[in-house]
Design a protein around this ligand. Structure first.
Ligand SMILES: NC(=O)c1ccc[n+]([C@@H]2O[C@H](COP(=O)([O-])OP(=O)(O)OC[C@H]3O[C@@H](n4cnc5c(N)ncnc54)[C@H](O)[C@@H]3O)[C@@H](O)[C@H]2O)c1
Length: 333
């Protein structure tokens, strides 16, 4: 049957738009026959399962439940979009209080039912914060949890390709780092356009400073633009990319984009944000971000914004003060 693994993959929020698309993508990628769907809204999820059954995927054993103890038991891989989405005019941060509470419960369920989970990917927004809250509550090692931040880097690739009239794959190594909110840091110095450094093109008649500023805005507002066009938050691209991340964590094809991960280095501490990462069977690993002084200053600002959000969640009482994280997660001492 050629599955990548036979270990249990749980998709949380499976009755929703991203969750249902993830379930279908996981079946199409033949990751595992052992797929369990979980959502608090049972009828919607039952509809998703009916649809998947009607696809007739070979060899799949799809289960579904609204009971955490059934869903999380023996889970080895978890991907969660289970939370409220943005509506027009909302920022990702507007979702903070409600979704951070869901993240704390998710982490508690992981600790209780599947502390040996191999990898968890968090999508629901603000993902940098919900991911951090989940990590603290779950007690798992930081390398076992990632957040979906890649869409920003891919949107930069797409906008540049549209501008230059190239195939998307002819624009390479586009990168945004830091938060997956509108305070992200959009880098120019990493990217190549048809083999040429993007920085050599900015400020020429091929890409004026104004056009570059416009592209950056389109990247930052990429999610809001989908809401404007479709009347709802994006779901195809987050579903696809997250399942690519889980595939990499299962030992499959390498994930090509920056992931959000727990960071503790000389410059940034106790935060979850997009870095230069690799995801393998051993989890996520990050390296130093390289860029111009201006780009690094933007990343510093994004980090500061995330720290402010993190501190709001501490004030809400959903996570302890940083120095006490070790009481919930021994790997964060
Ligand atoms: N990180 C990213 O790049 C990215 C991109 C797009 C959307 N998102 C976020 O993903 C999330 C889901 O978006 P969507 O469009 O699929 O929304 P949706 O409303 O279609 O689906 C969300 C599902 O989650 C379920 N749910 C809610 N609370 C739950 C809980 N406690 N446990 C389990 N399931 C729960 C709901 O019943 C619903 O079926 C949103 O927070 C959205 O902002 C993130």
């Amino acid at each position: 049957m050629n599955f990548l693994t036979d270990e249990k993959l749980v998709i949380i929020g499976a009755g929703g738009m991203i969750g249902s698309n993830m379930a279908q993508t996981a079946c199409m990628m033949r990751l595992t026959p052992n797929l369990c769907l979980y959502d608090v809204y049972l009828p919607g999820m039952e509809g998703v399962v009916e649809e998947l059954r009607h696809c007739g995927f070979e060899g799949m054993n799809i289960t579904f439940t609204d009971k955490p103890e059934e869903a999380f038991k023996d889970a080895k891989y978890i991907v969660s979009s289970g939370g409220a989405p943005r509506k027009e005019g909302m920022t990702r941060e507007d979702l903070l209080a409600g979704n951070a509470k869901i993240a704390a419960e998710l982490g508690d369920n992981i600790k209780k039912y599947c502390p040996d989970v191999k990898h968890v990917t968090i999508i629901f927004n603000p993902a940098d914060i919900t991911g951090l809250v989940t990590l603290i509550h779950s007690g798992i090692e930081p390398s076992r949890l990632t957040t979906l931040a890649a869409l920003d880097s891919i949107r930069l690739q797409s906008e540049l390709a549209k501008h230059f009239g190239l195939k998307q794959s002819e624009v390479t190594n586009t990168r945004t780092y830091g938060g997956h909110g509108e305070q992200m840091a959009v880098f120019a110095s990493t990217a190549k356009v048809d083999g040429k450094p993007l920085t050599d093109l900015i400020g020429t008649d091929k890409l004026t400073e104004e056009e570059w500023a416009d592209i950056r805005q389109k990247v930052v507002k990429g999610g809001a633009n989908i809401i404007k066009l479709r009347g709802r938050s994006s779901f195809q691209s987050p579903a696809y990319c997250s399942i690519e991340m889980i595939r990499a964590a299962m030992g499959g094809e390498a994930f090509r984009w920056p992931a959000g991960c727990f960071v503790k280095n000389d410059r940034y501490q106790n935060i979850m944000m997009a870095m230069e990462t690799t995801i393998t069977k051993d989890g996520v690993h990050y390296g130093d971000v390289k860029g111009t002084d201006k780009e690094i200053a933007e990343l510093d600002a994004s980090y500061q914004h995330l720290k402010d959000l993190r501190d709001q969640v501490i004030k809400m009482g959903l996570i302890p003060e940083v120095e006490n994280w070790g009481t919930l997660n021994k790997h964060l001492k």
